[in-house]
Design a protein around this ligand. Structure first.
Ligand code: ZN
Length: 341
């Protein structure tokens, strides 16, 4: 978060504007749905070997945020949301859905105890091939190599030589480049980076969830959604490849948890990473919801595809969290996107 953005958020908080906005929108007849997006929930602030950009918050801050949500929103699951869209039930107040992406062990060890304590439901979107640490998340492999290397530069085709003195900055650049590539080229380049940097992560087994942990959470109000099997950016592979990857994840989840997922979170989830064809495919495969990483809040509507979320970053404290949850930051976001056009 830039300094200006943070200052703006705090101004919204202290001026009471966020609170007022939240109050006004609560009295509007259409109930708001906020979907909160988390990745990693760390137990301490240590600068781990794992990529910093994926850290959403600490367990301590998550506890505060979960408590705030439980006191101010009806915290629901996607199954509840499905009942609302079908008119089986009606929301009594604004709703919040708590989501976690990818399937980190920390979701079990750090977030789950807090969710249980506040009796909250949540959804974890699993990239099923990475379960049990059978494979290391590709972005974590890159982060590991960058963190551990003794090299001073990395040379990637099509990019100027990247200085590795500022590892955070370098990692961001490398990940951006990788995300823009076709899937098969990306996989090849990751191996190349690992050998060029002479630092290759092992299985990184300790960071993935296990199916036992997923099952235990399922029996305590945690819902499992699909996030594909191998976590490709779906617009970077063919529709047929996307289909088989998604089917694989559905089968894995069904087999291991006994429940078919109804919500799907797009990998990376930016506008360019999603498409109408993919939404149609997801509908055919039985999903009731597709979820993006595009910033914003939602209302209950008929077509609940490419739902926006409110991403939480490690720089958010409870004040900026409240401003984000109020939905008021949708406005500057909308104005900003208009200016950008
Ligand atoms: Zn993901």
């Amino acid at each position: 978060m830039s300094l200006i953005k943070k200052a703006m958020m705090l101004a919204l908080f202290y001026s009471g504007a966020a609170h007022l906005y939240s109050f006004i929108s609560k009295t509007a007849n259409k109930k708001k749905v906020i979907i909160i997006a988390y990745h990693r929930i760390t137990s301490q602030k240590k600068n781990s070997i794992i990529t910093n950009s994926e850290i959403s918050t600490t367990a301590e801050k998550f506890q505060e945020q979960a408590k705030y949500l439980s006191e101010n929103y009806d915290v629901i699951s996607f199954r509840d949301l499905q009942d609302f869209t079908r008119g089986i039930k009606n929301p009594k107040k604004d709703c919040a859905i708590i989501t976690f992406d990818d399937g980190y062990k920390e979701h079990y060890s750090n977030a789950f105890p807090i969710l249980k304590k506040h009796r909250l439901c949540a959804t974890i979107f699993l990239a099923t091939e990475y379960m049990e640490g059978k494979k290391a998340f590709w972005w974590e492999r890159v982060a590991y190599s960058v963190a551990k290397t003794k090299k001073s530069h990395l040379k990637i085709k099509g990019l100027n030589s990247i200085k590795l003195s500022d590892k955070k900055k370098a990692l961001k650049k490398i990940l951006e480049k990788l995300k823009s590539m076709q899937e098969n080229k990306k996989i090849r380049l990751i191996s190349e980076i690992e050998s060029q940097l002479q630092a290759k992560a092992g299985s990184l087994k300790s960071i993935s969830l296990t199916w036992d942990q997923a099952r235990e959470m399922c029996s305590s109000r945690i819902e499992i959604g699909s996030h594909t099997a191998t976590h490709p950016i779906l617009t970077k592979i063919s529709l047929q490849e996307a289909k088989s990857d998604i089917i694989k994840s559905i089968k894995d989840i069904e087999k291991k948890t006994g429940t078919r997922p109804i919500a799907f979170a797009y990998p990376n989830g930016m506008q360019k990473d999603m498409s109408k064809e993919l939404d149609e495919l997801l509908k055919k495969l039985g999903f009731a919801f597709s979820i993006s990483s595009v910033y914003g809040t939602e209302k209950i509507r008929k077509n609940m595809f490419r739902l926006k979320r409110i991403g939480i970053s490690s720089e958010d404290d409870i004040r900026t969290f409240k401003v984000k949850a109020s939905g008021i930051t949708d406005f500057p976001q909308k104005i900003y996107s208009l200016i950008k056009k």
